[in-house]
Design a binder for this molecule. Structure first.
Ligand SMILES: CC(C)(COP(=O)(O)OP(=O)(O)OC[C@H]1O[C@@H](n2cnc3c(N)ncnc32)[C@H](O)[C@@H]1OP(=O)(O)O)[C@@H](O)C(=O)NCCC(=O)NCCS
Length: 339
């Protein structure tokens, strides 16, 4: 008998939502700090000491977000032993869609051959995967769908100003995916908590290209189609929001941090991860970090990390995983999964 509360299944009309398969994909091309030293006024020492990042992956010019997403999805489907035609719904979390419309999820649906699936995108920046997990899980819990494919995918290199040292060293490309199903014998998602604060939207944004500031020759000349960020303020907000979200999720389940086998924080910056872990009084061995290899892959970050945690055998059936995320919006969230 579990000794923690189960907010989902304590409501009898909802069923358990399990993650029956995970997968991830990162592009082959590795961009190292040494290469960035030749592109902007920066140094390997500055990047590693301020962020922990040593390298990041960059998609090929002909590789779009939907390609990264499709590659990750194929691995997750294989892991779950299901065929594309079994998928009822595809949700893609991204801030770097192939184009404004149609949705990247529709393009993934076609590339996978998921002929029965409905498909839509959601946008919650770096929090996107936990948002998508939450949305997707409700379709399964409520008996609406049997199989939901949730993907976090980004080609951040397409919105980076490669002459801006404040941002170009931080981000990378990649995708991660999870298959959600009700498997009566399996464990599942215990809870999700989401939050947002639109009053701080200006801390991290891509100003042009939408309806407020459509792309023109002038917006392009002024670099308004690139990501912009107030790094210091974003840092402070990230730590506070991630700590609060993690604590909310734990208290909803009647859990304390020592019960968590693996904490998967959004991989933006090693210093953010360390500060969050310290405030939560987590042991270093509980915390998964791969930011040194991929940088910040936004919505893909915790999805890639979840796949690596599983592949590396860092969790066994029954172990508890805490995912905690933060991103532009501002948005934040946490999820607790009984593996
Ligand atoms: C961006 C970030 C790494 C900067 O680290 P920091 O410790 O706050 O850096 P500081 O602001 O103290 O220092 C900035 C100085 O370093 C310089 N600097 C910025 N990027 C640099 C780089 N790549 N190489 C060398 N110097 C750099 C700045 O120009 C500034 O110089 P100045 O003081 O002469 O003006 C950090 O603020 C951060 O990680 N923020 C959150 C980013 C994030 O996670 N965003 C996504 C959230 S989902």
């Amino acid at each position: 008998m579990p000794v923690f509360a189960h907010p989902r299944t304590s409501r009898p009309h909802l069923r358990t939502v399990s993650i029956s398969g995970v997968g991830s994909y990162v592009p082959e091309r590795i961009l190292t700090n040494a290469e960035l030293e030749r592109m902007v006024d920066t140094s390997n020492d500055w990047i590693t000491s301020r962020t922990g990042i040593r390298e990041r992956r960059i998609a090929a010019p002909d590789e779009a977000t939907s390609d990264l997403a499709t590659a990750a999805a194929r691995r997750a489907l294989a892991d779950a032993s299901i065929e594309p035609a079994q998928i009822d719904l595809i949700i893609v979390a991204t801030i770097t869609p192939d184009m404004m419309f149609p949705s990247t999820a529709c393009l993934v649906q076609q590339k996978l051959g998921a002929v029965r699936a409905a498909a839509f995108d959601i946008e919650a920046a770096c929090s996107g995967f936990v948002y998508a997990l939450d949305i997707g899980s409700h379709f399964v819990a409520s008996h609406t769908y049997e199989t939901v494919l949730v993907i976090g995918a980004e080609k951040m290199s397409s919105v980076i100003d490669w002459s801006d040292r404040n941002t170009c060293v931080l981000f990378g490309d990649g995708a991660g995916a999870a298959v959600l199903q009700n498997r009566p014998e399996a464990h599942g998602l215990l809870t999700t908590c989401l939050g947002s604060d639109g009053a701080k939207a200006g801390l991290l944004e891509q100003p042009a290209g939408g309806s407020a500031c459509p792309a023109t020759a002038d917006t392009v000349a002024r670099g308004l189609h690139f990501l912009r960020m107030d790094g210091k303020e974003t840092f402070k907000n990230a730590v506070n929001a991630m700590v609060t979200a993690a604590q909310d999720a734990l208290s909803r389940c009647g859990l304390t941090i020592d019960r968590i086998r693996c904490i998967i924080p959004h991989q933006a910056n090693q210093r953010i991860v360390t500060a969050v872990a310290e405030r939560l009084q987590a042991r270093p061995d509980q915390v998964f970090v791969n930011v040194e290899r991929y940088g910040n892959t936004s919505a893909a970050s915790v999805a890639i990390a979840l796949d690596e945690v599983v592949r590396q055998g860092r969790v066994q059936r029954g172990d508890l995983i805490l995912m905690v995320v933060f991103g532009a919006g501002l948005t934040w969230g946490a999820a607790i999964i009984e593996w």
